[in-house]
Every structure is written in structure tokens, then in C-alpha cells.
Design a binder for this molecule. Structure first.
Ligand SMILES: [Zn+2]
Length: 350
């Protein structure tokens, strides 16, 4: 039983939130690829060999961040609303067991370091695209998304460095997406941080990953549902980040993560992920999660979402992000979100 999966099921049903944004998304013409998906279903995408399967993700159906991972064609229905480890895992066959944060969808309560509400002129979101580095085409397409999107790049990957450079040239913010051990023993790829490493090995591995990617401002965890529960390695992470003057975003792949708390203890600027957009890579599921992100921002002032360079996610965000302005929502880099949350925490403490 993975801790991730023992999380309580999301209690809220489909958001009741309906507004012009919803309608706009619904009316907006979809790219051809999305039409094909809608008409013919995900199996066609699989048959076509959609390249979007690349990267893995922590939460959700965690997959190794390698190209050519088969599409989980069964995953066309919404994620289970109750903790159900067996169903999540079976959906992944024949791919390795997901890191399963099927529950991560359920981990949407207030982040440990998030003030209960922040008063801003406009609701503000941060959107991080993880798993940049293996797929050049989808990475570049993600970087072309409009606005202040933050990109988390996997270390020592075929295209990580050049995509980080491209993102920087496009005025985007870049983070290291540091692979950390997970409950399901999923492959982590190069730069893996595990509890088996000595402190010296651990610190050297993390430092080498940081040094491998240009223009970094922060770090978040790739997978990590095992490691982020452990204080000692998280202390090592934060000691290194302090030295390098980098912020930390807890991807929050386990409800037992101590990463955010340890970061604060080291005075590392930090925030925590609230919503994973694409645990299930269909338009409707991404649409539902994205709207949850907006609803949370409208209610609490701020919200932090993480997505991936999947075809369905990019198809969706290419339409949705240009509509944020008319929806009255600001999109800011992770570093800015950290400033906002820190300022709000100070204000509320006065
Ligand atoms: Zn990841």
C-alpha cells in the first residue's frame, strides 16, 4: 500500500463553477489531433505512436521519463475517486506501476506553506511543466506556450540543456526536475536521488544535476513519493539548495512529504503544488483539473498547478492560457508565486 494511495478520496464532485471561461474553452476550435482523439479515442493515438508519452510524472501515473512509453489506452475514464491502488496499477499495464498519485489528484488540500487566503488584485496561478528533456518536439512546443510558464527540466537528458536554453531565450523560468525515489520503485533515470546514497554521493549527484542545466532558479521533485517522506535526505537537498541559492517547489507526490517543512526550516523559499493537471490525459480530465486550479485561485488568491508535455495537455493549454487574461487571472513564474505567498504569510502574521 503506498501512502499516496491511502489518501482520502476527493470529496468534491465536478466543480459547480461555470463561467465564461468554461464556455470559451468549450467553444474554442480544437486542434486536429484533439478532434481525432475525440472521434476515435485514445487507441488511435497509440496506434499513431504519439510521442507525448515521453516523460514520466510523479504523481499520477508515474512513468519512466523515457520516450516510446506505450500509451495506457485504458486510461480514458476519469481517475478513480476513491483510493484504489489495484485499479490504478492495472490501468498501467504493461508499463511499470505508476507512482500513483492517482491520489495526488486527491491531495488538493491547503499546502502546508500556503496561507489560507491571499488578497491580491487578481487571482494568481503558477503553472509548471515538468519532465522537460527527453522529447525535443514536445518540449519546444511546451516552451512556446504563452505567458509566464515555468519549466522543470530533467538532468542529463538528451535535450534538457538545449530546451532549458530555449526556454530562457523565450523569457521563461527554469527549474531542475530532480528525480527522487518513489514508492513503486519506478526507474528514475540519470541524476537519481535515493536513500541508498551516502551524503557525499547524494550531494554530488544533486550538485551535478544543478550544474548540468543552465539558468536554473529552483528545483522541484520528479516522483519522490518515497524520498520526500524522509527528513535526512530532504535536509541534504535543502543544504545544497541553500548553497546554490535556489528555491524549492514540493511537487507533493505523497501526502506525507516533509520537503516543504524542511525547506522552510532551512529558510529556502518554497511553495507546494496544489493540482496535477494531467493525471489522465484526455481533454475532459485536463479541463476539469485546470478549472479546479482556477477555482482554487479565485477562492484562495493563489494556486500552483503542474502539467506535462503530453499532447493532450499542450492541446488544451494552447487554447486555455490565452483566455486567462479575460478570465481575470494572472499567470506568474514559480519565483513570483513564492514571493506572493511569502509576503502574504508575513502580512497575516502581523
Ligand atoms: Zn516528473
Amino acid at each position: 500500500m503506498k501512502p499516496d494511495e491511502t489518501e482520502p478520496a476527493p470529496t468534491e464532485a465536478e466543480p459547480k463553477y461555470k463561467d465564461p471561461f468554461v464556455e470559451a474553452i468549450a467553444k474554442n476550435p480544437r486542434p486536429l489531433s484533439m478532434v481525432l482523439i475525440g472521434l476515435l479515442g485514445m487507441p488511435l493515438v497509440l496506434w499513431l505512436g504519439a510521442p507525448s508519452r515521453t516523460p514520466a510524472e510523479d504523481s499520477e501515473p508515474e512513468r519512466p521519463a523515457f520516450e516510446s512509453t506505450p500509451l495506457p489506452i485504458e486510461r480514458v475514464s476519469p481517475a478513480p475517486l476513491e483510493p484504489n491502488p489495484s485499479s490504478t496499477e492495472s490501468e498501467q499495464a504493461p508499463t511499470p506501476t505508476p507512482e500513483s498519485d492517482a491520489s495526488s489528484q486527491t491531495i488538493i488540500g491547503p499546502a502546508p506553506d500556503t496561507p489560507s487566503a491571499i488578497v491580491l488584485a487578481r487571482p494568481t496561478i503558477t503553472l509548471i511543466i515538468d519532465d522537460i528533456g527527453y522529447n525535443e518536439i514536445f518540449g519546444a512546443r511546451a516552451i512556446a506556450l504563452p505567458g509566464d510558464v515555468t519549466f522543470a527540466v530533467l538532468p542529463h537528458t538528451p535535450h534538457g540543456k538545449e530546451l532549458a536554453e530555449l526556454a530562457y531565450q523565450n523569457g521563461k523560468e527554469i527549474m531542475l526536475h530532480a528525480p527522487m525515489s518513489n514508492q513503486a520503485n519506478m526507474a528514475l533515470g540519470p541524476g537519481a536521488l535515493t536513500n541508498e546514497l551516502t551524503k557525499e554521493q547524494f550531494t554530488q549527484t544533486l550538485s551535478a544535476s544543478i550544474d548540468a542545466i543552465p539558468h536554473l532558479q529552483g528545483v522541484n521533485n520528479h516522483m519522490g513519493s518515497a524520498l520526500t517522506e524522509l527528513e535526512t535526505p530532504m535536509n541534504w537537498v535543502m543544504e545544497t539548495l541553500k548553497e546554490k541559492n535556489l528555491y524549492f517547489v514540493d511537487s507533493y507526490t505523497t501526502a506525507k512529504s516533509v520537503a516543504g517543512r524542511i525547506a522552510m526550516e532551512h529558510a529556502i523559499p518554497t511553495i507546494t503544488r496544489n493540482i496535477f493537471l494531467d493525471n489522465v490525459q484526455t481533454h475532459d480530465d485536463i479541463d476539469r483539473e485546470f478549472k479546479k486550479l482556477l477555482v482554487r485561485a479565485k477562492g484562495k488568491g493563489v494556486a500552483v498547478g503542474i502539467g506535462h508535455p503530453y499532447q493532450a495537455t499542450l492541446d488544451y493549454l494552447e487554447v486555455a492560457l490565452p483566455l486567462l487574461e479575460q478570465e481575470g487571472i494572472d499567470l506568474v513564474f514559480a519565483s513570483k508565486m513564492i514571493e506572493l505567498q511569502k509576503a502574504a504569510a508575513i502580512t497575516s502574521a502581523l
